[in-house]
Design a protein around this ligand. Structure first.
Ligand code: B12
Ligand code: SF4
Ligand code: SF4
Length: 266
């Protein structure tokens, strides 16, 4: 059995819903890596606060030994919304993903003698663009909602990655395009109309016609406004302590892809 298959099988056995391998060189030239340095202050919307970020010249400065990236996805079905609730330290879903990565890396290092490196969730703290990595690993495609859409679970998955010091054949990208024949429910349901047009911050970037979300129509400022409203709602309960933040997932839940496995609003 190939090494790639052994790694993917190990990830699935430990509890990942999906797993694949991306090529590190391809990831370093993916669409997000191309556009991010041109985005200026807009790149910081909805991410970590000033002062928590790595100096700019240390971003994307990963060890040369890393040749491949294991990408895992965990299903976040509609009937388990609590997986995605932010409790001040993170979400239960992300903690589960981190636990999975820990177990998988032990097995890869011990059984296959391959070096691994864990990485931060945030790009600004040393992480990778997880959606790009997932597309390159063959987990799905970027949909009109600007999310990774997977064939079996739609966009209702969360992602995490592990760096591998080994050249392993990538498992993607794959030919998959559910949006071509869809009535594009995701864009109509957004309470902030965040997918109605190009963000002003991106309009001046030459050749950025198709990014993000296929045609450039995703405005992270508007989406982030909704997130701030969601955070404010969590404090309105009258209780002494604020409740968990239940972030908006409307463009995710409405997507009909993978409806049977993970729920949808249709
Ligand atoms: C910052 C951030 C946010 C910010 C800004 C989002 C943004 N897209 O700009 C805010 C806070 C607003 C946000 C909102 C949400 N987020 Co968010 N977010 C992130 C984070 C930390 C980084 C994303 C980023 O900056 N990307 C870089 C910018 C430049 O890219 P982009 O705008 O996303 O678009 C790129 C891709 O579409 C790509 N692309 C387009 N076409 C193609 C084609 C190919 C072949 C390839 C390879 C790539 C590619 O290029 C575009 C570059 O412009 C990631 C985690 C991570 N480390 O990746 C999670 C992440 C993207 N978020 C996630 C989620 C779930 C959400 C929300 C649903 C809220 C929630 N409940 O968590 C909403 C969804 C909004 C939406 N419709 O996209 C998930 C997505 C899972 C999935 N199935 O896609 C991620 C991966 C985190 C996770 N836990 O798994 N998020
Ligand atoms: S709702 Fe339709 S257009 Fe939107 S992401 Fe899902 S399949 Fe694509
Ligand atoms: S998460 Fe909510 S506010 Fe953000 S793009 Fe999706 S539907 Fe719009």
């Amino acid at each position: 059995m190939s090494i790639g298959k052994q790694i993917i099988d190990a990830a699935l056995e430990k509890g990942a819903t999906l797993a694949g391998i991306a090529d590190m060189a391809a990831l370093k030239s993916s669409p997000s890596h191309w556009i991010y340095p041109k985005m200026g202050d807009y790149a910081g919307v909805g991410t970590v606060k000033d002062g928590e970020t790595l100096p700019y010249d240390q971003l994307f400065n990963w060890p040369d030994s890393v040749k491949s990236v294991l990408v895992i996805a965990l299903s976040h079905p509609k009937d388990q919304p609590e997986l995605d609730w932010w409790d001040g330290k993170g979400t239960p879903g992300n903690r589960r993903l981190m636990g999975l990565v820990k177990q998988i890396r032990q097995q890869i290092e011990t059984d296959l003698n391959i070096g691994t490196h864990t990485l931060h969730y945030y790009v600004e703290k040393g992480g990778v663009f997880l959606k790009d990595a997932a597309v390159l690993a063959g987990l799905g495609c970027i949909g009109e909602n600007n999310m990774l859409v997977t064939p079996d679970y739609g966009p209702r998955v969360r992602l995490r990655a592990l760096f591998l010091d080994a050249d392993i054949a990538p498992t993607g990208p794959v030919a998959f395009d559910p949006c071509a024949d869809c009535k594009v429910f995701c864009r109509r349901v957004c309470p902030e109309n965040a997918m109605e047009g190009k963000a002003p911050a991106l309009a001046s970037i030459q050749d950025a016609v198709e990014l993000p979300a296929r045609d450039g129509a995703y405005n992270r400022n508007l989406c982030n406004i909704r997130m701030e409203k969601d955070a404010a709602e969590s404090r309105k309960t009258g209780a002494e302590e604020p409740g968990p933040i239940k972030y908006c997932r409307k463009c995710e839940f409405i997507c009909p892809v993978g409806r049977k496995s993970s729920g949808s609003d249709l």
